[in-house]
Design a protein around this ligand. Structure first.
Ligand SMILES: Cc1cc2nc3c(=O)[nH]c(=O)nc-3n(C[C@H](O)[C@H](O)[C@H](O)COP(=O)(O)OP(=O)(O)OC[C@H]3O[C@@H](n4cnc5c(N)ncnc54)[C@H](O)[C@@H]3O)c2cc1C
Length: 425
């Protein structure tokens, strides 16, 4: 059995370890931080991501820490409704779409790795600084927190060391320079009572100015029925530090939401009451033309860092974990397995990376803003016909690998307003 090293204990590395373990492998994970903590804010797990979590036997545990997404509503910069759709099983998919705190999900995977693979399967405080390889093995160079350096040998290496991947930088030195888009995300969480029953995602604003996404990520966080509400605001700013843990404040972006009136939620108050706010710039990492070098392969954000929009970064990483395992079962030679993984995954994921740089289905808010010259409208059907919006959404869902149920048969699946989704509140 191959002796495999995984670099990074993020969601991608941990799920890969669990998938490999299901097939009898005993991988070892090297993680640079000394202690894993539940960092980050919300992530949106798509239906295909929930399926991956089910397949490693963690669906019930995942349900217990996350929120079922029932419907999704789009508003212009005045709070006028543009479009609505149901989500997950409510739309007819086999799996739920669920919202969760990134750190809580990572901790679930972490605990499960410790239970199933044992405590010695993860080496914490071990930062990989480089690698070299011969025909039979890979030597990883690592630095411990106390300054000690060490070299470890494995038959093959899966690098899941995130957006600033040291392995990617060595494999593709030319990819080391990120390009800043000029747009920054303010990512916050606020504790408050559920709005609209607590299962809705909102998309608000004129994206030419600023854009806001809001969804609940945890239930009953205070023992009194309050939820943890995740919100993200995008606006122009020259932020260049690519660090998930960089703190920010809301003052700069509050004025963009002065005019938004939504009947069931005061979005300005939501921002003002934030428990914590982080900044994260949207950075373009150019899609790579190869994820493999000999017995080393890139996976997760290390392979395909994308704008953290729409939840595809994490959900695609979960798919990577399954496919890499399938290939390592199919091919005895790790290089052949990695090449087969690259052949199956790279092009489709690179398409998603490029699509996320655009606006995905959020483009409907831009279309409405442009067609109304940024003013309120009288009749949305005259501005953006429902059939046109439906076609945009169906194309996008198919792109990320979850074609809309019923769409092929010609059934329209979107709605004009949230009152029509049938998700009664
Ligand atoms: C602290 C943090 C907070 C985040 N918050 C959010 C969020 O709020 N919303 C969102 O959409 N996405 C967030 N992400 C990114 C999200 O987790 C990923 O997009 C997605 O889950 C794919 O995960 P990944 O495992 O490939 O990468 P990551 O989640 O980035 O995990 C990479 C892991 O590798 C470790 N690592 C890095 N370099 C080395 C090295 N040289 N040697 C050993 N280990 C190394 C890191 O410490 C980390 O644990 C966050 C990532 C991090 C690290």
């Amino acid at each position: 059995m191959l002796d495999i090293a995984i670099v990074g204990a993020g969601p991608a590395g941990l799920l890969t370890a669990l998938r490999l373990h299901q097939q009898g492998f005993r991988p070892r994970i090297y993680e640079s931080v000394q202690e894993l903590k539940p960092l980050g804010v919300g992530v949106d797990i798509k239906v295909y991501g929930t399926q991956e979590i089910d397949e490693i036997g963690l669906l019930d545990e995942f349900r217990a820490i996350s929120v079922d997404a029932e419907d999704s509503i789009f508003f212009n910069g005045y709070g006028q409704e543009i479009y609505a759709e149901k989500c997950g099983v409510h739309m007819g998919y086999l799996y739920e779409q669920r919202f969760v705190h990134r750190g809580t999900l990572q901790m679930l995977f972490y605990r499960t790795v410790l239970e199933r693979l044992g405590a010695d399967s993860i080496v914490l405080g071990a930062r990989i600084t480089g690698y070299r390889q011969d025909a039979d093995s890979v030597t990883l160079e690592l630095q411990h927190r106390d300054g000690r350096t060490e070299e470890v040998r494995h038959d093959a290496v899966i690098a899941a060391d995130g957006i600033n991947s040291a392995v990617r930088k060595q494999m593709h030195p030319e990819s080391a320079t990120p390009h800043y888009s000029g747009i920054t995300m303010w990512r916050g969480v606020t504790v408050r009572k559920p709005f609209r029953g607590g299962h809705t995602i909102l998309h608000i604003g004129d994206p030419r100015v600023s854009s806001m996404i809001i969804y609940p990520i945890a239930d009953n966080v205070d023992g009194e029925g309050s939820q943890l509400i995740n919100w993200v605001v995008e606006a122009e700013r020259d932020e260049t530090i690519e660090d998930w843990n960089q703190r920010g404040t809301v003052d700069e972006v509050l004025p963009y939401y002065d005019q938004v009136k939504i009947p069931f939620l005061d979005v300005q108050q939501l921002m003002r009451d934030a428990r914590e706010v982080y900044l994260f710039p949207l950075i373009r990492h150019d899609p790579l033309d190869n994820w493999v070098e000999g017995r080393v392969v890139l996976l997760g954000d290390a392979a395909h860092a994308m704008y953290p929009r729409g939840g595809n970064g994490i959900s695609q990483a979960l798919v990577d974990a399954r496919v890499i395992t399938e290939k390592l079962v199919e091919y005895a030679d790790p290089h052949e397995a990695f090449v087969a993984f690259d052949a199956e995954r790279r092009e489709p994921v690179n398409r998603i990376v490029m699509n996320m740089r655009g606006e995905g289905y959020e483009v409907i808010r831009r279309m409405v803003a442009e067609r109304t010259d940024g003013k309120p409208f009288d009749d949305i059907e005259q501005v953006l016909p429902l059939a046109e919006a439906d076609a945009i959404f169906s194309k996008y869902h198919a792109l990320v690998g979850q074609p809309r149920p019923g769409w092929e048969a010609g059934q329209a699946t979107g709605f004009r307003t949230w009152a029509e989704t049938g998700v009664s509140r």
